[in-house]
Design a protein around this ligand. Structure first.
Ligand SMILES: Nc1ncnc2c1ncn2[C@@H]1O[C@H](COP(=O)(O)OP(=O)(O)OP(=O)(O)O)[C@@H](O)[C@H]1O
Ligand SMILES: [Mg+2]
Length: 335
């Protein structure tokens, strides 16, 4: 039975239908511009606008909707790894609510909390702290999002966040060296570090593809479409257009670079014996000409593109694959 993955991005809505599993067999890929520029509708007007956009997309294209899978931006969750004195499961269960209040900036009434023990010292060792991952979700936002689908007659089967979907699509094994994963979209760049088969931390920086386009519009006096086109054709190439596109883009690009450096430093502070030697990039903005080379040269680190369709068969698109990692991850989940 085919499944449908939907990723509502601030630039584009992506929909893929496939036979799900580790090697998804792709039936159909649809991508449309999101003219509303928001991916997490909160007020009634936004819910109506985005709802109608998605509704038309699904019903006009006769997209199967028995098994609809959704991935949401990281901003609806707040996660934190805490170090606390070793506790038994029962002790932890009763202490966790209080810990969440200290570390998760979501009001108690709106908080849905999950937690996972990442590290527990050997029995009898009371000196070494245990490490626990707290994940808090904003109930009110998730409810609104799900209700938007329910009112179309669709009951989503999977709801998770972008980083989880993308990591599944990458299939990084516990034996692999520490890896930073960057999802560069239109609004957000998610930064996640994976090591020993665990997500060590995730944070999100705001101001990516749409900001690059806007900067070009302002500095070079272009309209939106022209700016988008110049960005995609010339990117950071110093030989195009007398380097004027490159120069206009560089300050924003360098902000991204310093965010990556911040994550590198944080990793080193957590794991002084290890080196963060690898970055994997995905998302539409990772395709900016010259971007990967620029980051790699500035940081002296190896950068690879994700290959979201590596194991897929069927109607695999030949272009713009990096915008589809979230959908592929959703389709690779086995329920
Ligand atoms: N070849 C390219 N060069 C530069 N930028 C590109 C290229 N292709 C796509 N983009 C940019 O990528 C962005 C769209 O990517 P993506 O679909 O991953 O974003 P999104 O999911 O809609 O955004 P977000 O997740 O931040 O809400 C747009 O800003 C677009 O301009
Ligand atoms: Mg996105």
């Amino acid at each position: 039975m085919p499944a449908t993955a939907i990723d509502i991005g601030t630039y584009a809505v992506k929909v893929i239908t496939a036979d799900p599993g580790k090697q998804p067999n792709i039936h159909r890929v649809v991508e449309v511009i999101n003219p509303f520029g928001t991916s997490l509708p909160t007020d009634d007007l936004q819910i109506e606008q985005i709802g109608e956009l998605v509704n038309n997309l699904i019903f006009d294209n006769k997209i199967p909707h028995n098994d609809v899978r959704l991935s949401l931006p990281e901003s609806m969750v707040s996660s934190k790894i805490i170090s606390i004195p070793p506790l038994t499961d029962a002790e932890l269960a009763s202490a966790i609510g209080w810990q969440a209040e200290q570390h998760i900036p979501i009001q108690k009434e709106d908080l849905s909390l999950q937690y996972r023990i990442l590290f527990r010292p050997e029995k009898g060792d009371t000196q070494t702290p245990m490490r626990v991952l707290l994940i808090g979700t904003r109930k009110s936002i998730v409810e609104k999002y799900v209700n938007m689908f329910i009112s179309m007659g669709i009951e989503p089967t999977i709801l998770e966040t972008h980083v989880l979907s993308i990591l599944r699509s990458l299939d990084i094994t516990p034996e692999e060296p520490p890896t930073m994963v960057l999802n560069m979209g239109a609004t957000n760049m998610d930064v996640a570090v994976v090591f020993k088969g665990e997500i060590q931390f995730v944070f999100t920086h705001t101001g990516v593809g749409a900001l690059l386009t806007k900067t070009l519009q302002q500095i070079l006096g272009l309209d939106l479409q022209q700016a988008e086109q110049y960005k995609r054709s010339y990117g950071l190439d110093p030989n195009q257009f007398e380097g004027r596109v490159r120069n206009a883009l560089l300050p924003t690009v360098n902000t991204l670079v310093s965010e990556i450096q911040k994550a590198q430093r944080y990793f080193v502070s957590q794991f002084p014996q290890h080196k963060l030697s690898r970055i994997v990039v995905t998302g539409g903005s990772s395709q900016l000409p010259g971007l990967v080379e620029h980051i790699s040269e500035t940081l002296g680190i190896e950068i690879l593109f994700a290959a979201p369709f590596a194991t897929a068969t069927g109607e695999v698109p030949t272009e713009n694959q990096q915008t589809l990692s979230v959908c592929l991850g959703l389709l690779m989940r086995e329920v």
